[in-house]
Design a protein around this ligand. Structure first.
Ligand SMILES: C[S@@+](CC[C@H](N)C(=O)[O-])C[C@H]1O[C@@H](n2cnc3c(N)ncnc32)[C@H](O)[C@@H]1O
Length: 171
């Protein structure tokens, strides 16, 4: 077997491996595995470094225009507020932000609209980071909770907010 053939074989196997990885959907494992992944991404700061405090897509206007990537994420929250009619609700409205990440939306809802927000996530590290990022006086608190087995009694909140989180809840 000559060297060229060996290299070609290795390259072919690598390409095949990458293709198989990309083409094989990764199956949902458990809430614990989701929590562990978000814990790791929060601890190493990779999501926050690239995406800022919002782990969701942005709004780029209608018609779409060029916008700063991080600003567009804030704009998206305000668009969702309008779209959902939340801008007509009084200050003090209670909101549960399910799958709150590191609390980006929760803080906007509390600071800009005067809502009393509780953010829940399956990831303890996200709760810790959300608390660190929330200044005193902003009415947003955070706790670990599982969206599929929430610890609150029924009808505890006026509004439930959940952005880009549902797909992670279960397989
Ligand atoms: C893509 S992030 C979106 C975060 C946030 N909504 C935002 O827009 O910045 C998905 C969030 O869902 C949370 N999550 C996933 N499964 C969950 C579950 N079973 N219960 C509660 N939160 C969960 C993750 O921990 C993460 O905070």
């Amino acid at each position: 077997m000559n060297l060229i053939f060996l290299l070609q074989l290795l390259l072919g196997l690598s390409v095949l491996g990458v293709a198989l990885y990309l083409l094989t959907p990764r199956r949902y494992q458990s809430a614990d595995s989701v929590a562990t992944s978000y814990d790791e991404w929060t601890e190493d700061g990779i999501l926050e470094f690239y995406w800022g405090e919002h782990i969701h897509l942005g709004h780029y206007g209608s018609p779409p225009e060029r916008r700063d990537f991080l600003k567009a994420k804030f704009d998206f929250v305000h668009e969702m507020v309008k779209w959902g009619g939340l801008d007509k609700l009084p200050q003090g409205t209670t909101v549960l932000d399910v799958g709150c990440g590191i609390g980006g939306s929760s803080r906007v809802l509390a600071s800009d609209y005067g809502f009393a927000v509780t953010g829940v996530t399956i990831s303890p590290q996200q709760v810790k980071r959300a608390q660190e990022l929330t200044p005193d006086g902003v009415n947003a608190k955070f706790q670990v909770d599982d969206a599929l087995a929430l610890s609150f009694p029924d009808a505890s909140f006026d509004v439930v907010w959940s952005v880009e989180a549902g797909a992670a809840y279960a397989g």
